[in-house]
Design a binder for this molecule. Sequence first.
Ligand SMILES: [Zn+2]
Length: 418
Amino acid sequence: MLLLKSKYLLKDPYCVINNGAVIIDGGKIKFAGCANDISNHESGQIIDLGNSAIVPGFVNTHTHLDLTHLHNFINYNGDFTDWIRHLVNEKKEWTESEYLSSIRSGIKSSLESGTTTVADISRNGLALEELQKSNIRKTLFYELIDFNPDSAESTIDNFKNMISKVKHNDLLSIGIFPHAPYTVSEELYRRCKTVSGESGLSIATHVSETTDEANFLVRGAGNFVSLLRDFDMLKDWKAPGLKPVNYMKNIGFLENGCILVHCNYLTGEEVDYIEESGSTIVFCPRSHKYFRHKDHPFYKLRNRDINIALGTDSLASNDSLSILDEMKYIYTQHKTSKPQDILYMGTIAGATALKLNNKIGKLEEGYDADIAVIDIKKETIRNIYDGIFSHDSECVLTIVSGTICYDKHGVSREATVN
Ligand SMILES: [Zn+2]
């Protein structure tokens, strides 16, 4: 049994308790509430965290951990397809051990920033072994790239073969991630959707990230045409003549919901389709800024019934793998956004997208004990959200399923025993 006490406890984004306490037993939350309500009969380790906030662990709903070592390697010149060329070029010489080391760095910095769950996109599931060694909770999305409809069947068979060998545990889920409408054939998208429907695997894709992508799908023109020609991926393809999300709806990808990463440019009709399908949009705020996109529509969609989660994307287009940093960024940039709603996007919305919202995302009795503790540096704060999202607040303790995965100040070693 482990008892955490702190000045503030947020059981969920909207429920703040002063002088809070959480009891963890067998990896689950046994109690979350006011410290005064704890019975004297509880025995075990007690950690007093002082002027901090115990919050649900953060969910990074979109990242590429294998690119962690590409931080600051690629300069963005305003052309997304050039950025992709650089990315492919940088990775060309990497050995498998360089990839694995990059993945390990990504897992470490995720845990150090209070992220307890990652949705990681991985070519051929290369990250599986490193993620399995870590106690972080993960949905490992196998990334599929194949623009040739003739090989869609073999690409799917290969994927099925890979996941049939995966040893499952409570902290691991598997997902399928056809990369994007400019790298995945319609035939492969349809087959991915069928596999997801048959097996219940989460399914996600990058979509509507750039205006170039729409140009490619609507008119069959623009920079993606030359990119695909360079990679010898463009054969007898004809543009569907539809905007990206409209195209995804047309090929049945939105049916029964899915995870749509980015959605930076949406028409009103596309917003309707996303809402009707129950799909999640993943917004990657600082990657969005890096690529100099127009304002993301997330703040206009507040009155729509659309789940909007947060992702960091990779360090090739961001400065940290911290969802806390993403939330701080929104808090300072979008003054009209309610802080509770920002915290919701970084916790419950991600858990909902990954179909884990019955076990994580809140600190409720019976939920898995996935917890972040945020040290509040400011002595006086207007409200707790101001403290959590202040520029100098930091994660000091991360717990996943009751296991301490990060302890900045070694407080667990100094815990008192009752
Ligand atoms: Zn991505």
